[in-house]
Design a protein around this ligand. Structure first.
Ligand code: MN3
Length: 197
């Protein structure tokens, strides 16, 4: 059985950038629902019991068709959100340092140029989806709860949830304001630790 991970910080810890109301709803309701529906799908196909979440998501074609869409959507939702909570921190913000910072500057010209491109891609996602920074420092987007490891790509260094449920209570329809505010809570230490894996 998959379980909802703790946030690792208080619901109100991200202050004005992502409110307590959003964090409670997003974690306790949305993420919990992905966990519950993933578990319900696994219950229907006992051959899947005991498989890791990464294992399921990297070999969706071997998941029985009866639950494949549920595993893709709810397993993806569980995987993406479990990382998303760690990609934010009350001590976050600022810029990366060390090799990651140097590599971003080499690829994009400056940290700000990277931010600008990431934001442009976040705003270009039609409907619900995610924006990803990959280990080769390309920026990708996926619809729904799809995640790069579904298609054989490496696990992302960083990801941003641009579903309306991630920002609507605070920012209404202003996805651009949410994305700009989000940089203030990005946990670059965690991103850097993933870059070194
Ligand atoms: Mn979400």
């Amino acid at each position: 059985m998959f379980t909802l991970p703790d946030l690792g910080y208080d619901y109100d810890a991200l202050g004005k950038y992502v409110s307590k109301d959003i964090m409670q709803l997003h974690h306790d309701k949305h993420h919990q629902t992905y966990v519950d529906k993933l578990n319900a799908a696994i219950d229907k196909e006992p051959t899947l019991k005991g498989q890791s979440l990464e294992g399921l998501l990297t070999s969706l074609e071997s998941v029985p068709e009866s639950v494949r869409t549920a595993v893709r959507n709810h397993g993806g939702g569980h995987y993406n959100h479990s990382l998303f909570w760690q990609w934010m921190s009350p001590d976050g913000g600022g810029e990366p340092s060390g090799k990651l910072a140097a590599d971003i500057t080499t690829k994009y010209g400056s940290f700000q140029a990277f931010v600008d491109e990431f934001e442009a891609k976040a705003l270009a996602v039609f409907g619900s989806g995610w924006v990803w920074l990959q280990p080769d420092l390309t920026i990708l987007t996926t619809p729904n709860q799809d995640t790069p490891i579904n298609t054989g790509l490496q696990a992302s260094l960083l990801g941003l949830d641009v579903w309306e449920h991630a920002y609507y209570l605070d920012y209404k329809n202003k996805r651009d304001d949410y994305v700009k505010a989000w940089w203030n809570v990005v946990n670059w230490e965690f991103v850097q630790s993933r870059a070194q894996q």
